[in-house]
Design a protein around this ligand. Sequence first.
Ligand code: ZN
Length: 370
Amino acid sequence: MKRWSITLGSVSGIVVRVHMTFFLLLAWIGTVLWFAKGPAAAIDGVVFVLFLFGCVVLHELGHAFAARRYGIGTRDITLLPIGGLASLDRMPEDPAQEVVVALAGPAVNIVIAALLFLVVGAQVDTSGLEGFGAGATSFIGRLATVNLVLAVFNLIPAFPMDGGRILRALLGFTMSRAKATRIAARIGQGLAVIFAFLGLMGNPILILIAIFIFFAASAEAYSASIHDFARGRSVAEAMITQFEVLPKQASLDDAAKLLLATTQQEFPVVDDAKHLVGFVTRASLIETLQTNTGAVPIDSAVVRDVATVTTRTSLENTVALLEQRAAPAVAVLAESGRLVGYVTLENLAEFFMVRSAGGLEHPNAATFKK
Ligand code: ZN
């Protein structure tokens, strides 16, 4: 998503980006209004959408600042045609905290609406809701009204929208987080189907939102099952123990040969003492090869921001690290600091499937003792 986004700036350490497709939305609205109602309406419509998305950024900042209270950082906020996305490092596991973080976004829109209605004296004006209507009606009234609509829409319990997160948290008071997530995700997907159906009657944005909700809900349900499964297990049970490494003196060609000769897609790079330097991934290798010859040292293709754990670390903490850092792998080190294994999301998924099917009590225990 980063590649197709441009950075607008940052608010107290949180980078705000706009996805390129957002400009398509602006162009589409401008063009439609221009031909339907003329240039003045087109300018009014585009400016209105810019203000609306300004309010969406404030909504996302509401989530980010609430999360910060619980020590959870936010990498960035990205504006898409379907709304804003704040990438929090994680959601709080505590249901009460999750309710606060989820409510903080819609609360911002309610505060904006209240200020516009009470202080500026705006009147309810729904003409902004249909085709970003323009013309004679009050800009402030439309903006206040659309903020109320944003708050109400986000509180629909369509997980992973805000209302769905609140539902998941409330369910979480009486059952496991994985079960609560599964139920919330099912409800979310059911509502997504209804959204898509309503969208077919003339609102393409609603169809996009429905598709997003549908897939995001199943991804979150899967992630919750993995977390549930990882609880009480150690990373040594799940890690990859048979793998090829690259010495740090290797060339890009050496890495390319290894990529072709094995099924591995990521290679730990180690120094002479077998200590980890970083990982070369298929993506980092291909990207580096595009601007370098094969004889160039591997150094420029090494991803260094890799989290490390020890063989005693719990699998649950390892999963959290993998998801948080969006890194290719988490490396597992022995007490001596030597690399003994690593975990990727793919091998975790395999371990999950094998164990769910009743296989292997301790798959790596034997190899690991050697
Ligand atoms: Zn929100």
